[in-house]
Design a protein around this ligand. Structure first.
Ligand code: ATP
Ligand code: MG
Length: 172
């Protein structure tokens, strides 16, 4: 079904408002008009929740987490940027693996199972998109999600092989 990504992101951000407030992290969404993609709103919400949850979780107090939404050449781009602990180059591929956590001892206090990013990667690739990561230890991280944008007038995509995404409760 057509999914408004700005609504998905607003919902995902809501989940992190309280944790961000507790750490006085300035959590902000900026960007474009509504951007639509084709897919499963629940899965997409879960994926963005993970990314935003990570950004807040792996950041110290009094920093900023920004979420940006833009579109170019038929691709919607969502960036989640933090000023957190960052990820060393040698770990940047592995964090997308199931159960992989950079520092289980230190991050025990921050909870988590190490599944979040593997789910993000699956959901995004199931939607025909990709996830990219820029990060520098001690400076922060930016996760970029790119998804094919749904063009105007393409609401009815039945018969194009998108049926797998259709939920009874997911109709928007
Ligand atoms: P959960 O399953 O609850 O999401 P998790 O957050 O540990 O647990 P992932 O979301 O898959 O698991 O992240 C894997 C690891 O990547 C984290 O344990 C952390 O070490 C690192 N990581 C993820 N996002 C960030 C980030 N924004 N800044 C720094 N490190 C990060
Ligand atoms: Mg996580």
């Amino acid at each position: 079904v057509p999914v408004d990504l700005s609504m998905v992101i607003a919902e995902a951000v809501d989940r992190s408002r309280l944790p961000a407030e507790v750490k006085t992290i300035d959590l902000r969404v900026g960007g474009d008009l509504p951007r639509r993609v084709h897919g499963d709103p629940d899965q997409l919400t879960m994926a963005f929740r993970n990314l935003i949850d990570n950004a807040v979780r792996y950041s110290p107090e009094d920093t900023r987490v920004g979420i940006g939404l833009s579109s170019r050449d038929g691709i919607v781009q969502v960036t989640i940027t933090d000023q957190g602990i960052g990820i060393a180059p040698e770990n940047q591929e592995r964090i997308f693996e199931r159960f992989y956590r950079v520092d289980p001892a230190r991050s025990r206090s921050t909870g988590g199972t190490g599944l979040g990013l593997s789910i993000v990667k699956h959901v995004v690739s199931n939607h025909g998109g990709e996830v990219a990561l820029w990060s520098q230890p001690g400076r922060g991280s930016t996760f970029t999600v790119r998804l094919p944008e749904l063009e105007e007038g393409l609401d009815d995509l039945s018969g194009l092989g998108y049926e797998d995404f259709t939920h009874d409760d997911a109709a928007l």
